[in-house]
Ligand binder design. Structure first.
Ligand SMILES: Nc1ncnc2c1ncn2[C@@H]1O[C@H](COP(=O)(O)OP(=O)(O)OP(=O)(O)O)[C@@H](O)[C@H]1O
Length: 350
């Protein structure tokens, strides 16, 4: 799928990229256009080709077919290959890849070797100042916390002032709380600098929160790409739906353009009479109350997961229990009888 943009705004263009390793088709006809200054998150399960695509963009890996263009200039293709160091890109790895025998300052200076000593020193000082690393400048990587190492790796990648920053799971070594803070700090800084970002993650929440554009991959192909809200609210297929949300699924037959369920009927345009459909219901779109409207259900489990209350219920006509999630406290207990209803506008049908 292509995101159509004005040619002048295009920073990066991938045109039909394929790459095979033995029997594995790691990338299969991937096309994508990226506007300057956009934060793109490549997301998908392990082995779907995210890192391979990043490596092709970096020029560390060659495509078998297809072209990579930077600012409209072909940097990888049938007859061209521009070396990684000549692509004006920064690269940040999951393990930060800092040189253990070099101080923070020397790690940063390492990427500035092509500049004269004085200019390199100025750039290094500038980025140290900007990222608040002054007190750590003389330390070695083993003397830094995970968050500090991440910041040094960012400084080293940013010091040469790359137009595009490629990041492979850059926050996955940080614990949950720190990860959130450092991620938003890093993305804010990259936005401020106007850097185009291509970030690999396997975490759906991270992709939705950080990406202007989210690109969901599967088996070397792009399944869907677009704004995070679009992928979450209007997934193009069951795979995309289930990647971003753990749905309740109800299999049912359609009649007169509607999917019939115990909660009522939902519009199912394009389905023939008698055709099977699956109704996808988000756990947070089910409402369970002690009384009022809705279908009778029995509570089989109720647990508190932090701020969320998760209740499992059974409904007579359905073989599988349903999960309900809410920030409200229902005060329901296992064995209670209650009523369940669905917000119809939130339901998806495949
Ligand atoms: N150099 C290589 N040689 C052989 N196979 C490779 C090579 N690089 C990648 N692959 C295979 O290509 C497929 C895609 O790998 P890739 O690392 O791009 O996936 P990924 O989505 O980044 O996975 P993860 O999230 O686990 O890092 C995998 O099946 C992988 O084993």
């Amino acid at each position: 799928m292509n995101i159509q943009l004005m040619k002048s705004d295009r920073h990066l263009e991938l045109d039909g990229i394929s790459r095979r390793f033995g029997n594995v088709q790691a990338l299969d006809d991937v096309s994508l256009a990226v506007e300057r200054g956009t934060v793109v998150c490549l997301v998908g399960h392990s082995g779907c080709g995210k890192s391979s695509l990043l490596r092709v963009i970096a020029g560390i890996e060659w495509p078998d077919h297809g072209r990579v263009l930077l600012d409209g200039r072909e940097v990888s293709g049938a007859a061209s290959h521009v070396e990684p160091e000549n692509r004006n890109i920064g690269f940040m790895f999951q393990d930060y890849a800092l040189f253990p025998h070099l101080s923070v300052t020397d790690n940063i200076l390492f990427g500035l070797k092509r500049l004269g000593r004085r200019v390199a020193r100025e750039r290094c000082d500038e980025i140290i100042e900007r990222l608040g690393l002054g007190h750590l400048a003389k330390r070695f990587p083993h003397m830094l916390s995970g968050g500090e190492q991440q910041r040094v790796a960012l400084a080293r990648a940013l010091a040469p002032q790359p137009g595009i920053m490629l990041m492979d799971e850059p926050f996955s070594n940080l614990d949950r709380e720190l990860r959130h803070v450092i991620r938003s700090e890093t993305i804010d800084l990259l936005r401020e600098l106007g850097t185009t970002v291509i970030m690999v993650t396997h975490d759906p929440e991270e992709a939705l929160s950080a990406g202007d554009v989210v690109v969901l991959m599967r088996a070397g192909r792009i399944v869907q790409s677009g704004a995070g809200a679009e992928l979450y609210e209007r997934p193009s297929c069951p795979y995309a739906a289930e990647f971003f949300c753990s749905f309740n699924k109800v299999r049912t037959a359609c009649r007169s353009g509607y999917a019939e369920t115990p909660f009522g009927r939902f519009a199912a345009p394009g389905f023939a009479d008698g055709e099977q459909a699956t109704v996808y219901i988000r756990p947070q779109c089910l409402r369970v109350n002690c009384e009022g409207d809705g279908v009778e259900c029995t509570v089989v489990d109720c647990e508190l997961i932090g701020e969320i209350e998760q209740t499992s219920i059974t409904v007579a006509a359905l073989a599988e229990p349903l999960r309900v999630r809410s920030t409200d406290r229902s005060r329901l207990r296992k064995g209670d009888t209650a009523r369940v209803s669905v917000a119809p506008e939130q339901v998806l049908i495949f």
